[in-house]
Design a protein around this ligand. Structure first.
Ligand code: CMP
Length: 161
């Protein structure tokens, strides 16, 4: 994901002229580098790109707010963000990391704030498209489960400390 670090402004003209937030072909190579999407073919990546939008957040803005209903899933394309739970330690996210899956998976409110550290660019996928993707792409669902298992182990470890 190193190509994502810095200089995002120049890459922002991403899509078709009628919708500047559509994910255009420029982003396909980038999507292929996202851990969650590893193992997906170009055809699948194109499908994801069709479902997704690119959104920009200014420094300090809450991309996700604890307690809100979940409406979207996010992949951090550029910049860094921090996950701020109501209790427990703050975690840093960088390009290629994803977030916002929990509220979409279980329907409960957002579990943490996710705050932009500097300008942030995300790939955003709405709730119903996210559900459709998971049903249709077992590789993606498996990778998401792996992420959740790793997070659970980390939480167990920090409880034991
Ligand atoms: P969600 O609950 O929808 O919104 C907040 C998001 O922060 C959550 O989904 C996860 O994607 C992320 N998140 C919450 N807790 C952690 C954690 N301990 N480590 C990494 N990410 C987290």
């Amino acid at each position: 994901m190193s190509q994502l670090a810095g200089g995002s402004r120049s890459r922002v003209p991403v899509g078709a002229p009628h919708d500047p937030n559509r994910v255009g072909h420029d982003w396909l190579a980038t999507l292929g580098e996202v851990t969650l999407f590893e193992g997906l073919s170009r055809r699948h990546l194109r499908r994801i790109a069709k479902l997704a939008h690119v959104r920009r957040f200014v420094s300090g803005s809450a991309i996700v707010r604890v307690g809100d209903a979940g409406t979207s899933f996010f992949v951090l394309l550029d910049g860094t963000a921090r996950v701020v739970p109501t209790s427990g330690r703050v975690r840093r996210l960088g390009a290629g990391d994803s977030f916002g899956e929990m509220a979409l998976l279980d329907g409960a409110p957002r579990s943490a704030d996710v705050v932009a550290d500097g300008e942030v660019l995300t790939l955003t996928i709405g709730r119903s498209s996210f559900g459709k993707l998971l049903r249709q792409e077992p590789v993606l669902a498996q990778e998401l489960l792996r992420t959740l298992a790793a997070r659970l182990r980390a939480a167990e470890r920090s409880r034991a400390d």
